[in-house]
Design a protein around this ligand. Structure first.
Ligand SMILES: Nc1nc2c(ncn2[C@@H]2O[C@H](COP(=O)(O)OP(=O)(O)OP(=O)(O)O)[C@@H](O)[C@H]2O)c(=O)[nH]1
Ligand SMILES: [Mg+2]
Length: 227
């Protein structure tokens, strides 16, 4: 058994299709799972949609918070609430393919943390560049090369992550989780996943700016420490 933790903020256009895909997948896949969806302050009908699914299917749990606090707030809550030690983190905007879940779980057998890496050639340029920049910053500060540091499709062991305290509450959590994993000397695996950009993408500029500030601070701190 495993848990899927899914953050969802204003995803009324995408989440229904994804939930139907997950229902289909659950019918045939050898291992059962629970699904925890965290909606903090969506202003569209996301909350209603996920509630209608959780009422109908008891393996789905919907968690709501009134105010919007960010993906980095939602993920650790989902991890804490998970009933199983094997956890899949999956975005609620349909950019991750349900068919990649077995691959991630397979890699988790020999690792504590698995990152689904996308094909950069199929990614919009702004995303590709912020990813490369983040990857370089991670290499400069931690001396570890990871290609797709911003991918939200991951597998992890709950016991390796549930105690972690995160500095960030936004999208930077993706990088902070990797930093924590490196510091704890966890085994980090990578697996190729499908790259879907035909749905879900909002590309807010603020997101790239947030990353750049976060990374610049980390790189600067790391150099000053060594100086
Ligand atoms: N609970 C919660 N989920 C969030 C929040 N912000 C984003 N998410 C979810 O996190 C997932 C990833 O967010 P996106 O904005 O699509 O980020 P991304 O996929 O890296 O970027 P795009 O390329 O723009 O799609 C989606 O399922 C969002 O609904 C938030 O504040 N709270
Ligand atoms: Mg997305």
């Amino acid at each position: 058994m495993f848990s899927i933790v899914m953050p969802a903020f204003n995803e009324e256009k995408n989440i229904k299709v994804l939930l139907k895909e997950l229902l289909q997948f659950r019918k045939t896949y050898k291992e059962k799972f629970e699904l925890i969806i965290i909606d903090d302050g969506s202003t569209d009908s996301t909350g209603k949609i996920i509630d209608s699914f959780s009422k109908k299917y008891n393996f789905i749990r919907s968690i709501h918070f009134r105010a919007n606090r960010g993906k980095g707030y939602a993920i650790p809550i989902g991890i804490k609430k998970a009933r199983y030690n094997k956890i899949i983190l999956m975005d609620g905007d349909g950019q991750h393919s349900v068919s990649d879940i077995p691959k991630l779980l397979g890699m988790l057998k020999k690792n504590d943390f698995v990152i689904g890496q996308r094909n950069f050639r199929k990614m919009p340029i702004q995303r590709r560049d912020s990813n490369r920049l983040s990857s370089l910053a991670l290499y400069l500060t931690k001396n570890v090369r990871i290609k797709d540091v911003l991918s939200g499709f991951r597998a992890l062991r709950k016991d390796a992550f549930e105690d972690a305290d995160y500095e960030t509450k936004g999208y930077e959590i993706e990088i902070e989780m990797i930093e924590k994993a490196i510091d704890k000397r966890l085994r980090i695996g990578r697996v190729d996943i499908k790259t879907i950009y035909s749905r879900g993408s909002r590309m807010p500029l603020i997101k790239s700016i947030q990353f750049i500030f976060y990374l610049a601070k980390k790189v600067l701190h790391s150099f000053l420490r060594r100086w």
